[in-house]
Ligand binder design. Structure first.
Ligand code: MLT
Ligand code: ZN
Length: 488
Protein backbone atom coordinates (compact mmCIF):
# COMPACT_ATOMS: atom_id res chain seq x y z
CA UNK A 1 0.00 0.00 0.00
CA UNK A 2 1.30 3.42 -0.91
CA UNK A 3 1.51 5.84 2.00
CA UNK A 4 2.43 9.07 0.21
CA UNK A 5 -0.75 9.85 -1.65
CA UNK A 6 -3.71 11.69 -0.21
CA UNK A 7 -6.74 9.72 0.90
CA UNK A 8 -10.35 10.48 0.30
CA UNK A 9 -13.23 8.53 1.72
CA UNK A 10 -16.06 10.38 0.14
CA UNK A 11 -19.27 9.83 2.11
CA UNK A 12 -17.78 7.07 4.27
CA UNK A 13 -19.34 7.44 7.70
CA UNK A 14 -17.15 7.30 10.82
CA UNK A 15 -17.50 3.87 12.41
CA UNK A 16 -17.15 3.51 16.17
CA UNK A 17 -14.47 1.10 17.39
CA UNK A 18 -14.12 -1.42 20.19
CA UNK A 19 -13.24 0.09 23.56
CA UNK A 20 -9.51 -0.03 24.51
CA UNK A 21 -10.32 -2.63 27.20
CA UNK A 22 -12.15 -4.87 24.70
CA UNK A 23 -9.29 -4.48 22.20
CA UNK A 24 -6.81 -5.54 24.91
CA UNK A 25 -8.93 -8.57 25.69
CA UNK A 26 -9.11 -9.49 22.03
CA UNK A 27 -5.32 -9.27 21.66
CA UNK A 28 -4.64 -11.35 24.72
CA UNK A 29 -7.14 -14.09 23.69
CA UNK A 30 -5.62 -14.23 20.19
CA UNK A 31 -2.04 -14.33 21.45
CA UNK A 32 -2.83 -17.04 23.99
CA UNK A 33 -4.49 -19.23 21.35
CA UNK A 34 -2.22 -18.59 18.36
CA UNK A 35 1.14 -17.61 19.87
CA UNK A 36 3.13 -14.37 19.60
CA UNK A 37 4.47 -15.06 16.13
CA UNK A 38 1.03 -15.02 14.53
CA UNK A 39 -0.42 -11.95 16.21
CA UNK A 40 0.80 -8.42 15.47
CA UNK A 41 -0.17 -5.34 17.47
CA UNK A 42 1.05 -1.77 17.76
CA UNK A 43 0.29 1.16 15.43
CA UNK A 44 3.43 0.97 13.28
CA UNK A 45 3.25 -2.79 12.89
CA UNK A 46 -0.41 -2.94 11.90
CA UNK A 47 -0.30 0.01 9.49
CA UNK A 48 0.51 -2.26 6.53
CA UNK A 49 -2.86 -3.96 7.12
CA UNK A 50 -4.93 -0.77 7.32
CA UNK A 51 -5.77 0.01 3.70
CA UNK A 52 -5.85 -1.11 0.11
CA UNK A 53 -5.19 0.38 -3.34
CA UNK A 54 -8.33 2.50 -3.35
CA UNK A 55 -8.45 6.08 -2.17
CA UNK A 56 -10.27 4.93 0.97
CA UNK A 57 -8.60 6.26 4.07
CA UNK A 58 -6.73 3.50 5.95
CA UNK A 59 -8.03 2.45 9.39
CA UNK A 60 -5.75 0.70 11.88
CA UNK A 61 -6.93 -2.71 13.07
CA UNK A 62 -6.56 -3.51 16.79
CA UNK A 63 -4.64 -6.68 15.92
CA UNK A 64 -3.40 -8.54 12.87
CA UNK A 65 -3.51 -12.32 12.66
CA UNK A 66 -1.07 -13.96 10.24
CA UNK A 67 -2.94 -17.18 9.49
CA UNK A 68 -0.77 -20.12 8.41
CA UNK A 69 -3.50 -22.75 8.04
CA UNK A 70 -7.28 -23.16 8.25
CA UNK A 71 -7.06 -23.89 11.99
CA UNK A 72 -5.66 -20.39 12.58
CA UNK A 73 -8.59 -18.94 10.65
CA UNK A 74 -11.08 -21.02 12.64
CA UNK A 75 -9.45 -20.10 15.96
CA UNK A 76 -9.47 -16.40 15.10
CA UNK A 77 -13.11 -16.42 14.09
CA UNK A 78 -14.20 -18.46 17.11
CA UNK A 79 -12.51 -15.94 19.44
CA UNK A 80 -13.85 -12.94 17.54
CA UNK A 81 -17.33 -14.41 17.56
CA UNK A 82 -17.20 -15.02 21.29
CA UNK A 83 -15.99 -11.46 21.94
CA UNK A 84 -18.14 -9.82 19.25
CA UNK A 85 -15.03 -8.39 17.60
CA UNK A 86 -14.96 -7.32 13.93
CA UNK A 87 -12.81 -9.37 11.55
CA UNK A 88 -11.64 -8.09 8.17
CA UNK A 89 -10.10 -10.79 6.01
CA UNK A 90 -7.37 -9.52 3.67
CA UNK A 91 -5.28 -10.83 0.81
CA UNK A 92 -2.55 -8.76 -0.84
CA UNK A 93 -4.36 -5.43 -0.32
CA UNK A 94 -4.58 -4.68 -4.06
CA UNK A 95 -8.35 -4.05 -3.96
CA UNK A 96 -9.86 -0.86 -5.33
CA UNK A 97 -12.99 -0.36 -3.25
CA UNK A 98 -11.79 -0.33 0.35
CA UNK A 99 -12.89 -3.97 0.67
CA UNK A 100 -10.22 -4.84 3.24
CA UNK A 101 -10.17 -1.57 5.16
CA UNK A 102 -11.05 -2.56 8.74
CA UNK A 103 -13.37 0.40 9.28
CA UNK A 104 -14.40 -0.81 12.74
CA UNK A 105 -10.90 -1.85 13.80
CA UNK A 106 -10.83 -5.33 15.36
CA UNK A 107 -8.83 -8.08 13.61
CA UNK A 108 -7.24 -7.86 10.17
CA UNK A 109 -7.03 -11.53 9.22
CA UNK A 110 -4.16 -11.93 6.75
CA UNK A 111 -4.45 -15.05 4.60
CA UNK A 112 -1.34 -14.59 2.42
CA UNK A 113 0.60 -17.03 4.60
CA UNK A 114 -1.56 -19.88 3.24
CA UNK A 115 0.07 -19.98 -0.17
CA UNK A 116 0.38 -23.57 -1.37
CA UNK A 117 -0.76 -24.86 -4.74
CA UNK A 118 -2.03 -28.14 -3.35
CA UNK A 119 -2.95 -29.92 -6.54
CA UNK A 120 -3.02 -29.53 -10.31
CA UNK A 121 -5.02 -32.33 -11.95
CA UNK A 122 -4.41 -32.35 -15.71
CA UNK A 123 -6.93 -35.08 -16.45
CA UNK A 124 -9.77 -33.43 -14.56
CA UNK A 125 -8.57 -29.94 -15.57
CA UNK A 126 -8.76 -28.47 -12.11
CA UNK A 127 -6.50 -27.25 -9.36
CA UNK A 128 -6.81 -26.77 -5.61
CA UNK A 129 -5.04 -23.76 -4.14
CA UNK A 130 -4.76 -21.99 -0.84
CA UNK A 131 -6.04 -18.40 -0.77
CA UNK A 132 -2.62 -16.76 -0.48
CA UNK A 133 -1.33 -18.05 -3.84
CA UNK A 134 -0.29 -15.13 -6.06
CA UNK A 135 -2.30 -15.19 -9.28
CA UNK A 136 0.74 -14.90 -11.60
CA UNK A 137 2.31 -17.90 -9.84
CA UNK A 138 -0.83 -19.92 -10.46
CA UNK A 139 -0.81 -18.87 -14.12
CA UNK A 140 2.80 -20.03 -14.48
CA UNK A 141 2.19 -23.32 -12.66
CA UNK A 142 -0.85 -24.37 -14.66
CA UNK A 143 0.60 -23.17 -17.97
CA UNK A 144 3.64 -25.37 -17.35
CA UNK A 145 1.14 -28.27 -17.45
CA UNK A 146 -0.43 -27.07 -20.72
CA UNK A 147 -3.44 -25.67 -18.83
CA UNK A 148 -4.93 -22.21 -18.54
CA UNK A 149 -6.62 -20.16 -15.79
CA UNK A 150 -8.12 -17.14 -17.60
CA UNK A 151 -8.94 -14.47 -14.94
CA UNK A 152 -6.21 -11.80 -15.17
CA UNK A 153 -6.82 -8.65 -13.11
CA UNK A 154 -4.06 -6.16 -13.81
CA UNK A 155 -2.60 -6.62 -10.35
CA UNK A 156 -1.90 -10.27 -11.19
CA UNK A 157 1.74 -10.15 -10.07
CA UNK A 158 0.63 -9.15 -6.56
CA UNK A 159 -2.98 -10.13 -5.97
CA UNK A 160 -3.88 -13.49 -4.42
CA UNK A 161 -6.60 -16.02 -5.15
CA UNK A 162 -8.46 -15.44 -1.88
CA UNK A 163 -8.87 -11.77 -2.77
CA UNK A 164 -9.82 -12.65 -6.35
CA UNK A 165 -12.55 -14.95 -5.04
CA UNK A 166 -13.80 -12.39 -2.51
CA UNK A 167 -14.09 -9.72 -5.20
CA UNK A 168 -14.94 -11.95 -8.19
CA UNK A 169 -11.95 -10.46 -10.02
CA UNK A 170 -12.09 -9.99 -13.76
CA UNK A 171 -9.45 -8.47 -16.04
CA UNK A 172 -8.93 -8.00 -19.79
CA UNK A 173 -9.51 -11.64 -20.71
CA UNK A 174 -12.97 -11.62 -19.10
CA UNK A 175 -14.43 -10.52 -22.43
CA UNK A 176 -14.03 -14.00 -23.85
CA UNK A 177 -13.54 -16.11 -20.73
CA UNK A 178 -15.63 -14.56 -17.96
CA UNK A 179 -14.60 -13.72 -14.40
CA UNK A 180 -13.36 -15.65 -11.35
CA UNK A 181 -16.84 -16.97 -10.51
CA UNK A 182 -16.89 -18.89 -13.80
CA UNK A 183 -13.88 -20.91 -12.64
CA UNK A 184 -14.63 -21.61 -8.98
CA UNK A 185 -16.01 -25.13 -8.59
CA UNK A 186 -15.85 -25.25 -4.81
CA UNK A 187 -14.50 -23.56 -1.71
CA UNK A 188 -13.31 -24.57 1.72
CA UNK A 189 -14.40 -21.81 4.06
CA UNK A 190 -14.64 -20.96 7.73
CA UNK A 191 -17.87 -19.33 8.84
CA UNK A 192 -18.13 -16.37 11.20
CA UNK A 193 -18.48 -18.63 14.25
CA UNK A 194 -15.28 -20.53 13.40
CA UNK A 195 -16.78 -23.64 11.75
CA UNK A 196 -15.13 -25.22 8.71
CA UNK A 197 -17.43 -25.85 5.75
CA UNK A 198 -16.87 -27.33 2.28
CA UNK A 199 -19.12 -25.94 -0.44
CA UNK A 200 -19.37 -26.82 -4.12
CA UNK A 201 -17.77 -29.72 -5.95
CA UNK A 202 -14.86 -31.06 -7.98
CA UNK A 203 -16.96 -32.34 -10.87
CA UNK A 204 -17.66 -30.58 -14.14
CA UNK A 205 -21.42 -30.57 -13.49
CA UNK A 206 -23.38 -30.51 -10.25
CA UNK A 207 -26.66 -29.01 -9.06
CA UNK A 208 -26.93 -30.39 -5.56
CA UNK A 209 -28.53 -27.85 -3.27
CA UNK A 210 -28.23 -24.09 -3.49
CA UNK A 211 -25.24 -22.71 -5.37
CA UNK A 212 -23.52 -21.30 -2.31
CA UNK A 213 -20.19 -21.29 -4.13
CA UNK A 214 -21.48 -18.62 -6.50
CA UNK A 215 -22.92 -16.67 -3.58
CA UNK A 216 -19.62 -16.73 -1.69
CA UNK A 217 -17.61 -15.63 -4.74
CA UNK A 218 -17.86 -11.85 -4.82
CA UNK A 219 -19.26 -11.60 -1.28
CA UNK A 220 -16.33 -9.35 -0.37
CA UNK A 221 -15.36 -11.18 2.81
CA UNK A 222 -18.72 -10.52 4.44
CA UNK A 223 -20.06 -14.11 4.61
CA UNK A 224 -17.12 -16.47 5.28
CA UNK A 225 -13.32 -16.72 4.99
CA UNK A 226 -11.88 -18.88 2.21
CA UNK A 227 -9.17 -21.39 3.12
CA UNK A 228 -8.98 -23.33 -0.17
CA UNK A 229 -10.32 -22.90 -3.71
CA UNK A 230 -11.04 -25.64 -6.24
CA UNK A 231 -10.70 -24.05 -9.66
CA UNK A 232 -11.70 -25.17 -13.14
CA UNK A 233 -8.94 -24.99 -15.75
CA UNK A 234 -8.97 -24.91 -19.56
CA UNK A 235 -6.45 -26.10 -22.11
CA UNK A 236 -3.86 -23.45 -22.83
CA UNK A 237 -4.58 -21.84 -26.22
CA UNK A 238 -2.04 -22.84 -28.85
CA UNK A 239 -1.48 -19.36 -30.17
CA UNK A 240 -2.13 -15.72 -29.12
CA UNK A 241 -1.83 -12.50 -31.13
CA UNK A 242 -2.12 -8.91 -29.98
CA UNK A 243 -3.11 -5.87 -32.04
CA UNK A 244 -2.93 -2.15 -31.29
CA UNK A 245 -5.46 0.05 -33.10
CA UNK A 246 -4.83 3.80 -33.02
CA UNK A 247 -7.74 6.22 -33.40
CA UNK A 248 -7.98 10.01 -33.66
CA UNK A 249 -10.39 10.20 -30.70
CA UNK A 250 -12.42 8.14 -28.23
CA UNK A 251 -15.65 8.38 -30.25
CA UNK A 252 -13.99 6.74 -33.25
CA UNK A 253 -12.41 4.11 -30.99
CA UNK A 254 -15.87 3.31 -29.63
CA UNK A 255 -17.06 2.92 -33.22
CA UNK A 256 -14.27 0.36 -33.53
CA UNK A 257 -15.60 -1.49 -30.47
CA UNK A 258 -19.11 -1.51 -31.92
CA UNK A 259 -17.86 -2.78 -35.30
CA UNK A 260 -15.96 -5.61 -33.65
CA UNK A 261 -18.71 -6.77 -31.31
CA UNK A 262 -21.25 -6.48 -34.13
CA UNK A 263 -23.19 -3.56 -32.73
CA UNK A 264 -23.52 -1.27 -35.76
CA UNK A 265 -23.48 -3.13 -39.03
CA UNK A 266 -25.53 -6.04 -37.76
CA UNK A 267 -22.66 -8.34 -38.76
CA UNK A 268 -21.83 -11.38 -36.63
CA UNK A 269 -20.11 -10.24 -33.44
CA UNK A 270 -16.47 -11.22 -32.96
CA UNK A 271 -15.11 -12.24 -29.57
CA UNK A 272 -11.42 -11.40 -29.27
CA UNK A 273 -10.19 -12.46 -25.85
CA UNK A 274 -9.39 -8.84 -24.94
CA UNK A 275 -10.87 -5.59 -26.17
CA UNK A 276 -9.38 -2.75 -24.14
CA UNK A 277 -9.78 0.99 -24.70
CA UNK A 278 -7.86 4.10 -23.58
CA UNK A 279 -8.96 7.69 -24.14
CA UNK A 280 -6.78 10.66 -25.15
CA UNK A 281 -5.76 11.62 -21.60
CA UNK A 282 -4.59 8.05 -21.03
CA UNK A 283 -2.62 8.04 -24.28
CA UNK A 284 -0.95 11.33 -23.26
CA UNK A 285 -0.10 9.83 -19.85
CA UNK A 286 1.53 6.86 -21.56
CA UNK A 287 3.62 9.19 -23.72
CA UNK A 288 4.78 11.09 -20.66
CA UNK A 289 5.92 7.77 -19.17
CA UNK A 290 8.12 7.19 -22.22
CA UNK A 291 5.85 4.86 -24.19
CA UNK A 292 6.25 5.96 -27.83
CA UNK A 293 2.62 6.23 -28.94
CA UNK A 294 2.05 7.81 -32.40
CA UNK A 295 1.36 11.57 -32.00
CA UNK A 296 -1.76 11.32 -34.18
CA UNK A 297 -3.47 8.94 -31.74
CA UNK A 298 -6.11 10.42 -29.44
CA UNK A 299 -7.38 6.99 -28.29
CA UNK A 300 -6.46 3.36 -28.77
CA UNK A 301 -7.75 -0.17 -28.58
CA UNK A 302 -5.72 -3.20 -27.51
CA UNK A 303 -7.11 -6.33 -29.11
CA UNK A 304 -6.06 -9.88 -28.47
CA UNK A 305 -7.17 -13.13 -30.09
CA UNK A 306 -6.31 -16.72 -29.26
CA UNK A 307 -6.93 -20.29 -30.42
CA UNK A 308 -5.15 -22.65 -32.76
CA UNK A 309 -2.76 -21.13 -35.27
CA UNK A 310 -5.22 -21.04 -38.18
CA UNK A 311 -8.01 -19.58 -36.04
CA UNK A 312 -5.72 -16.87 -34.72
CA UNK A 313 -4.62 -15.86 -38.21
CA UNK A 314 -8.20 -15.60 -39.40
CA UNK A 315 -9.34 -13.79 -36.26
CA UNK A 316 -6.49 -11.27 -36.55
CA UNK A 317 -7.60 -10.41 -40.05
CA UNK A 318 -11.26 -10.15 -39.14
CA UNK A 319 -10.77 -8.19 -35.93
CA UNK A 320 -8.02 -5.99 -37.39
CA UNK A 321 -10.13 -5.37 -40.52
CA UNK A 322 -13.14 -4.22 -38.53
CA UNK A 323 -10.97 -2.05 -36.27
CA UNK A 324 -9.52 -0.40 -39.37
CA UNK A 325 -12.87 0.04 -41.13
CA UNK A 326 -14.21 1.99 -38.15
CA UNK A 327 -11.68 4.76 -38.86
CA UNK A 328 -8.39 3.66 -37.29
CA UNK A 329 -5.29 5.69 -38.11
CA UNK A 330 -3.33 2.46 -38.03
CA UNK A 331 -3.68 -1.11 -36.78
CA UNK A 332 -0.40 -2.66 -35.68
CA UNK A 333 0.28 -6.29 -34.78
CA UNK A 334 2.80 -7.17 -32.07
CA UNK A 335 5.58 -8.94 -33.95
CA UNK A 336 6.87 -11.15 -31.19
CA UNK A 337 6.43 -12.11 -27.54
CA UNK A 338 8.60 -9.20 -26.37
CA UNK A 339 6.39 -6.65 -28.14
CA UNK A 340 3.25 -8.27 -26.74
CA UNK A 341 4.74 -8.18 -23.26
CA UNK A 342 5.63 -4.47 -23.63
CA UNK A 343 2.13 -3.61 -24.73
CA UNK A 344 0.58 -5.41 -21.79
CA UNK A 345 3.12 -3.97 -19.40
CA UNK A 346 1.95 -0.50 -20.48
CA UNK A 347 -1.69 -1.51 -19.93
CA UNK A 348 -1.07 -3.22 -16.61
CA UNK A 349 0.89 -0.27 -15.27
CA UNK A 350 -1.90 2.04 -16.17
CA UNK A 351 -3.48 2.40 -12.78
CA UNK A 352 -0.08 3.43 -11.35
CA UNK A 353 0.73 5.72 -14.29
CA UNK A 354 -2.51 7.66 -13.89
CA UNK A 355 -2.07 7.88 -10.14
CA UNK A 356 0.89 10.18 -10.80
CA UNK A 357 -1.33 12.67 -12.61
CA UNK A 358 -2.88 14.11 -9.44
CA UNK A 359 -2.69 13.98 -5.65
CA UNK A 360 -5.94 12.07 -5.43
CA UNK A 361 -7.62 9.67 -7.82
CA UNK A 362 -10.71 7.50 -7.76
CA UNK A 363 -10.97 4.73 -10.34
CA UNK A 364 -14.52 3.52 -10.83
CA UNK A 365 -15.46 0.38 -12.74
CA UNK A 366 -18.95 1.01 -14.03
CA UNK A 367 -20.57 -1.26 -16.61
CA UNK A 368 -23.17 -0.42 -19.24
CA UNK A 369 -24.73 -2.51 -22.00
CA UNK A 370 -22.20 -2.37 -24.81
CA UNK A 371 -24.62 -0.59 -27.09
CA UNK A 372 -24.59 2.30 -24.57
CA UNK A 373 -20.80 2.74 -24.47
CA UNK A 374 -20.81 5.77 -26.74
CA UNK A 375 -23.49 7.39 -24.60
CA UNK A 376 -21.47 6.65 -21.48
CA UNK A 377 -18.43 8.35 -22.99
CA UNK A 378 -20.58 11.38 -23.91
CA UNK A 379 -21.95 11.45 -20.38
CA UNK A 380 -18.47 11.37 -18.87
CA UNK A 381 -17.51 14.33 -21.07
CA UNK A 382 -20.60 16.26 -20.01
CA UNK A 383 -19.96 15.56 -16.30
CA UNK A 384 -16.33 16.61 -16.66
CA UNK A 385 -17.36 19.93 -18.23
CA UNK A 386 -20.26 20.62 -15.88
CA UNK A 387 -18.33 20.00 -12.68
CA UNK A 388 -14.88 21.04 -13.94
CA UNK A 389 -13.37 17.83 -12.60
CA UNK A 390 -10.51 16.14 -14.43
CA UNK A 391 -11.60 12.75 -15.66
CA UNK A 392 -10.19 10.03 -17.86
CA UNK A 393 -11.51 6.74 -19.13
CA UNK A 394 -10.03 3.39 -20.01
CA UNK A 395 -10.88 -0.24 -19.49
CA UNK A 396 -12.57 -3.34 -20.68
CA UNK A 397 -14.68 -1.99 -23.53
CA UNK A 398 -15.63 -5.45 -24.76
CA UNK A 399 -17.53 -5.99 -21.50
CA UNK A 400 -18.97 -2.46 -21.43
CA UNK A 401 -16.84 -2.07 -18.27
CA UNK A 402 -15.02 1.26 -18.11
CA UNK A 403 -12.68 2.64 -15.48
CA UNK A 404 -13.87 6.21 -15.24
CA UNK A 405 -11.25 8.03 -13.18
CA UNK A 406 -11.63 11.27 -11.22
CA UNK A 407 -8.44 13.24 -10.55
CA UNK A 408 -7.93 16.18 -8.23
CA UNK A 409 -5.18 17.93 -6.31
CA UNK A 410 -6.94 20.21 -3.87
CA UNK A 411 -8.95 18.61 -1.01
CA UNK A 412 -11.35 21.57 -1.41
CA UNK A 413 -12.40 19.96 -4.72
CA UNK A 414 -13.82 16.88 -2.97
CA UNK A 415 -17.43 18.14 -2.86
CA UNK A 416 -17.54 18.64 -6.62
CA UNK A 417 -15.88 15.25 -7.19
CA UNK A 418 -18.58 13.76 -5.01
CA UNK A 419 -21.31 15.41 -7.10
CA UNK A 420 -19.66 14.27 -10.32
CA UNK A 421 -19.34 10.72 -8.98
CA UNK A 422 -22.98 10.50 -8.00
CA UNK A 423 -23.99 11.90 -11.37
CA UNK A 424 -21.93 9.20 -13.09
CA UNK A 425 -23.57 6.45 -11.03
CA UNK A 426 -27.06 7.81 -11.72
CA UNK A 427 -26.33 7.98 -15.44
CA UNK A 428 -24.98 4.43 -15.47
CA UNK A 429 -28.11 3.11 -13.76
CA UNK A 430 -30.28 5.08 -16.19
CA UNK A 431 -28.41 3.40 -19.05
CA UNK A 432 -29.39 0.07 -17.43
CA UNK A 433 -25.84 -0.54 -16.26
CA UNK A 434 -24.33 -1.45 -12.90
CA UNK A 435 -22.09 0.37 -10.43
CA UNK A 436 -19.25 -2.14 -10.33
CA UNK A 437 -18.00 -4.72 -12.80
CA UNK A 438 -14.93 -6.00 -10.99
CA UNK A 439 -13.73 -3.93 -8.04
CA UNK A 440 -16.68 -4.66 -5.75
CA UNK A 441 -18.88 -2.32 -3.72
CA UNK A 442 -16.59 -2.24 -0.69
CA UNK A 443 -16.85 0.79 1.53
CA UNK A 444 -16.35 3.18 -1.37
CA UNK A 445 -19.60 2.41 -3.19
CA UNK A 446 -21.70 1.30 -0.21
CA UNK A 447 -23.30 4.76 0.09
CA UNK A 448 -24.51 4.47 -3.52
CA UNK A 449 -25.94 0.92 -3.42
CA UNK A 450 -29.53 2.14 -3.21
CA UNK A 451 -29.12 3.98 -6.53
CA UNK A 452 -29.09 0.57 -8.21
CA UNK A 453 -30.86 -1.85 -5.89
CA UNK A 454 -34.32 -1.67 -4.32
CA UNK A 455 -34.68 -1.54 -0.54
CA UNK A 456 -36.37 -4.98 -0.71
CA UNK A 457 -33.37 -6.46 -2.46
CA UNK A 458 -30.95 -4.88 -0.01
CA UNK A 459 -33.05 -6.20 2.92
CA UNK A 460 -33.03 -9.72 1.45
CA UNK A 461 -29.24 -9.62 1.12
CA UNK A 462 -28.94 -8.39 4.70
CA UNK A 463 -31.01 -11.37 5.85
CA UNK A 464 -28.64 -13.69 3.97
CA UNK A 465 -25.73 -11.92 5.64
CA UNK A 466 -27.38 -12.37 9.05
CA UNK A 467 -27.81 -16.11 8.41
CA UNK A 468 -24.09 -16.54 7.69
CA UNK A 469 -22.92 -14.03 10.27
CA UNK A 470 -25.58 -13.42 12.96
CA UNK A 471 -23.31 -11.21 15.06
CA UNK A 472 -22.27 -9.11 12.07
CA UNK A 473 -18.56 -9.47 12.76
CA UNK A 474 -17.34 -10.25 9.25
CA UNK A 475 -16.03 -7.25 7.34
CA UNK A 476 -18.54 -4.72 8.70
CA UNK A 477 -19.06 -1.54 6.69
CA UNK A 478 -18.70 -3.33 3.35
CA UNK A 479 -21.29 -3.45 0.56
CA UNK A 480 -24.26 -2.24 2.58
CA UNK A 481 -24.79 1.30 3.79
CA UNK A 482 -23.87 1.68 7.42
CA UNK A 483 -25.52 -0.75 9.80
CA UNK A 484 -22.75 -1.07 12.35
CA UNK A 485 -22.17 -4.40 14.06
CA UNK A 486 -22.12 -5.88 17.55
CA UNK A 487 -19.07 -4.06 18.88
CA UNK A 488 -18.99 -1.09 16.51
C1 MLT B 1 -7.47 -2.19 -14.42
O1 MLT B 1 -8.20 -2.64 -15.27
O2 MLT B 1 -6.40 -1.62 -14.71
C2 MLT B 1 -7.81 -2.42 -13.00
O3 MLT B 1 -9.09 -2.91 -12.84
C3 MLT B 1 -7.55 -1.30 -12.09
C4 MLT B 1 -8.06 0.05 -12.42
O4 MLT B 1 -7.40 0.76 -13.14
O5 MLT B 1 -9.08 0.54 -11.94
ZN1 ZN C 1 -10.07 -3.40 -14.72
Amino acid sequence: MSTSRSSASLRRPAYPRMSPADADRLRSHLTRALGDSKVIAGEDAVFAYAGDESEQEPVLPDAVVLARDPRDVATTLAIASELGAPVTPRGAGTGKSGGCVPVCGGVALAIVGMSAIKEIDRKEQLCVVEPGVVLADLHAAVEAEGLFYPPDPNSLKLCVLGGNVAENAGGPRAFKYGTTRDYVLGLDVVTADGKALVVGRRTKKGVTGYDLTSLLVGSEGTLAVTTACTLRLLHKPESVATLLALYPDIDTAMRGVAEIVGGTSGARGLVPRCLEVMDGTCVAALRSEGFGVDERAGALLILEVDGDVATVERAMEEVGGRAADAGAIEVLAAQDEAQRARLWEARRQFSLVTRKLARAKISEDVVVPRTELTRLVMTVRAIEERHRVRMLTYGHAGDGNLHVNFLWDDPADEPKVELALEELFRAVVALRGTLTGEHGVGTSKAPYLALEQSSELIELQLRIKATFDPKGILNPGQIFPRRGHGSC
